[in-house]
Ligand binder design. Structure first.
Ligand SMILES: Nc1ncnc2c1ncn2[C@@H]1O[C@H](COP(=O)(O)OP(=O)(O)OP(=O)(O)O)[C@@H](O)[C@H]1O
Ligand SMILES: [Mg+2]
Length: 363
């Protein structure tokens, strides 16, 4: 899968630009603050209709403008034009000028895997951040997963609201709560299975990639979930048992909304024991494993974005990472140090794109 051409209108620090890309390697270079990350962010938003940054959609709109448009020509089996239009009021997505009403129908179409230094949060941050990464990865593969996730989240809200009501006026029906709980368990179990399968696929690649990039150990990810090894019947019993606790807290204390995944290097929790470099290598290994899983499940090679890979990694590791880039993988590399990247790419065919102050120059 490749993005051949990108048009931006009022996206971040870009006013109006059009740029075309090579099918293999594209290097986006320029000084700090020039717009390199913004450019790859636009590609990401085109694919997933939202940014990888934890920001409000509004910040994507160029200051003083009232909407932003991102348009891209994507080559997969067929060639299609994708469009994302964002206004402060909301977003619209289109494929070949047909409006797609359900975002979930849009976002599994363009497959993309992005690395950005912020992704270290995957190791270091809270479980909710890790779940977010996992949810995005599985949603790209499986439209059903995203629908179920939305349903599950709605059910939790409904259940929590009902718990509060029950607590306040004791005469509310417990049978209604049972109906919500059973639905939640059914969907929760399905999410659990999909997450478990995904992480098991992840583990079949993770170790190998980590060993190619660094040589210091065995990497694995472990899934922890309240639902581990429990049947529907057992789960329903647990919710029954937890009812008084749930009523006191006014929320559902047990379920897959607490799931977590943790990285271990040589059996030690990477979050607590790993160096910055080891954590970064782990995240990059995860990203390359994501690519393998997409290829396996969907039969397409996703677009790879490596944003600012160079900070904190030595040249040897970067060279190892570059070796993992397959021939048919369209890749975007952003850097402030073009000569460093070029020296590592020796004979390969690549395109250079120079960015300065929201202006693009194709070299
Ligand atoms: N909504 C917006 N409107 C106008 N400019 C914006 C907007 N959002 C961000 N910018 C500007 O974009 C620039 C940052 O661009 P970007 O993050 O792409 O830089 P970069 O080239 O990746 O830099 P670095 O090498 O430091 O990572 C900043 O100057 C910032 O002020
Ligand atoms: Mg940047």
């Amino acid at each position: 899968m490749q993005i051949q051409e990108l048009k931006l209108l009022n996206f971040r620090n870009y006013e109006k630009v059009m740029v075309s890309f090579k099918d293999h390697i594209n290097i986006i270079y320029g000084k700090n603050g020039s717009g390199k990350t913004n450019l790859v962010e636009a590609i990401y938003v085109l694919a997933l209709s939202r940014s990888f940054k934890q920001t409000n959609d509004k910040t994507l709109i160029r200051n003083d403008a009232d909407l932003t448009k991102i348009e891209g020509r994507i080559q997969n089996k067929y060639q299609n034009t994708y469009k994302v239009i964002l206004t402060p009021e909301g977003k619209k997505v289109k494929i070949d000028n047909n409006k797609i009403t359900k975002i979930s129908d849009y976002i599994s179409k363009i497959n993309i895997v992005l690395f950005n230094p912020n992704d270290l949060r995957m190791v270091k941050d809270t479980p909710s951040i890790r779940r977010k990464y996992l949810n995005i990865a599985i949603s790209q593969l499986n439209v059903e997963y995203l629908r179920e996730l939305n349903q599950y989240n709605k059910l939790i809200k409904t259940r929590n609201a009902y718990l509060k009501r029950m607590y306040l006026n004791g005469n509310s029906l417990e049978t209604y709560l049972d109906v919500i709980t059973e639905k939640m368990v059914d969907i929760g179990l399905s999410l659990y299975e999909k997450r478990k399968n995904y992480l098991s696929a992840m583990n079949s690649f993770l170790k190998g990639f980590y060993k190619t990039i660094a040589t210091d150990g065995e990497l694995e990810v472990r899934y922890s979930s309240d639902y581990t090894n429990k049947s529907k019947k057992e789960l329903l019993q647990i919710y029954k048992k937890n009812l008084s606790k749930d009523l006191t807290f006014g929320k559902t204390n047990f379920g897959v909304h607490h799931d977590d995944l943790e990285f271990y290097l040589n059996g030690y929790l990477l979050k607590d024991y790993g160096s910055e470099g080891q954590q970064k290598n782990a995240v990059i290994s995860w990203k390359f494993s994501e690519i393998e899983i997409i290829e396996q499940e969907k039969g397409v090679t996703p677009i790879l974005i490596l944003d600012d890979l160079f900070s904190e990694l030595d040249v040897e590791k970067i060279a190892n990472i570059f070796k993992l880039i397959e021939k048919d993988m369209q890749t975007f590399i952003t850097t402030t140090e073009i000569s460093k990247v070029e020296s590592l790419l020796d004979n390969q065919d690549y395109k250079k794109i120079y960015v300065e102050n929201g202006k693009i120059e194709e070299v």
